[in-house]
Ligand binder design. Structure first.
Ligand code: AMP
Length: 446
């Protein structure tokens, strides 16, 4: 199969040739003809599957071939994304695909001045990539009109809900023309996403290119158990032992990112960090330097790293496990992309056993443990498996207190036979986010 057989026009085929794309990926093979035929789409596709081209190519073709010329402050196609980084990345891809087409494209997001964005929108744009908050600001200030809108794309819809954008999405939804094409892409398909899809999509075609909620199988995944306080030391040890060249590291909090970066820099290691407290320009610079291999270790929070597309990233390290199990899939999706293989290592301490269990349940696998000599934890991480069970170590036998006759309290304790194993705890539910479309925002900063 080729891009030409999918029905793409010559100017797009020329761009793809320049980019070196030869064969459509599975999501592209399914999405491109459906979008060209005007269908709504509900696609379960992880980042790394080529989903951006899957929606952007047919969208650009429809914009070039159909519909009126864009008027002042109008937009004909809108791609909503959860983060600024993803907005930049998607727009860069769109720009490359649209190289040979007479279309105006642009990206708007928060964290930077709104005035240049308002100026740029004056003459109208054919395709706009936007984060929900900034889009609404622009709309409320009359810098944007939706009367010409023909297509809406929700990219990484699960993450938009996760970040508490449900109210913004509802407000945007109310402002859009009822007659339009809508495409929804999500790495994971929770019930909340299905609810959102039910409200926004019209008789959608469902595409599922990877099994539901299963982590990319091109990524070799394993964990090392360790005591919490020894994680930085273990990280440096593994880094030196494995001669790691370029690593994307995930930490749970902004403070965690800063602490690890300080520690690494203190050891003369070339490291930088990105999180939501840093200005957009600083984040972008750190990312660009990492991509150019000028920075060896990039430490990030989940939100800041969302949507990063770094070619051939060999290794992702989870310095902390994510609070939301689905984020594990997003994180490891940074490696093993577009057919290459990758590795994802998680440093797990005893406190994180329930998070580990939730990840194993979600991805339906028991992560292999590969412990490091000299780093075996004092606080043992109980065994877990994909069934969601956390198996505690056998309890030590307790000696019954001698009941010394007379007035003392009677010992009601039970003798535990040395062969008895404490029962497994009841199934642990995966840590779930509970965003519901049309409910109030639960915004958290990355
Ligand atoms: P995405 O899943 O959209 O983030 O894309 C992942 C990466 O795959 C990006 O770097 C794309 O440039 C690349 N890519 C997308 N489609 C193709 C293709 N058909 N052939 C080769 N590379 C592709």
């Amino acid at each position: 199969m080729t891009f030409a057989t999918l029905g793409l026009i010559e100017p797009l085929l020329r761009s793809l040739e320049t980019l070196g794309y030869q064969t459509p990926t599975p999501v592209q093979a399914q999405a491109i003809p459906a979008v060209l035929a005007g269908r709504d789409l509900m696609a379960a596709a992880q980042t790394g599957t080529g989903k951006t081209a899957g929606f952007a190519l047919p969208l650009l073709q429809l914009l070039a071939m159909e519909g009126p010329k864009v008027t002042a402050n109008s937009v004909r196609a809108l791609i909503l994304v959860p983060t600024r980084e993803l907005a930049e990345q998607v727009h860069e891809a769109v720009r490359q695909y649209a190289e040979n087409l007479p279309l105006r494209t642009y990206a708007v997001y928060g964290g930077v001045s709104i005035n240049p964005q308002m100026m740029k929108l004056r003459s109208g744009v054919d395709l706009l990539v936007a984060t929900p908050g900034r889009l609404l600001d622009l709309f409320r200030q009359n810098a944007l009109k939706f009367n010409q809108l023909q297509t809406l794309v929700l990219d990484e819809a699960d993450r938009m809900l996760d970040l508490g954008f449900s109210e913004e999405l509802a407000n945007i939804y109310r402002a859009l023309p009822k007659k339009r094409q809508t495409l929804l892409f999500s790495a994971t398909f929770s019930d909340d996403i299905r609810l959102l899809a039910g409200q926004m999509l019209n008789d959608p075609l469902t595409i599922e290119v990877s099994p539901r909620n299963v982590a990319a199988n091109t990524v070799k995944q394993w964990i090392v158990t360790v005591d919490k306080k020894r994680k930085p030391e273990l990280f440096v040890h593994l880094m030196r032992k494995g001669k790691w060249k370029q690593v994307l590291v995930f930490a749970k909090t902004r403070n965690g990112v800063d602490a690890l970066v300080d520690k690494l820099q203190g050891l003369g290691i070339n490291a930088d960090g990105i999180h939501g407290d840093k200005p957009q320009a600083t984040r972008q610079r750190a990312l660009d330097r990492f991509k150019a291999s000028e920075v060896q270790i990039l430490v990030a929070t989940d939100v800041a790293a969302r949507g990063l597309d770094i070619e051939d990233l060999p290794l992702v390290v989870n310095f902390d496990l994510p609070i939301v199990a689905e984020d594990y899939i997003h994180r490891i999706g940074r490696t093993g992309r577009a057919g290459s293989t990758g590795e994802a290592i998680s440093l797990v301490c005893a406190d994180e056993v329930n998070l580990l269990s939730a990840i194993e349940m979600l991805t339906r696998q028991t992560l292999k443990r590969q412990n490091e000599p000299d780093f075996e934890p004092e606080h043992r991480v109980p065994d877990t498996d994909a069934s969601g069970q956390v198996v505690k170590k056998p309890k030590k036998p307790k000696k019954p207190k001698a009941s010394g006759g007379g007035g003392g309290k009677r010992n009601l304790g039970r003798w535990v036979d040395s062969g008895e194993v404490a029962p497994a705890e009841p199934s642990i539910k995966p840590v779930r986010k509970v965003p519901v479309f049309n409910t109030g925002p639960r915004k958290r900063k990355p």
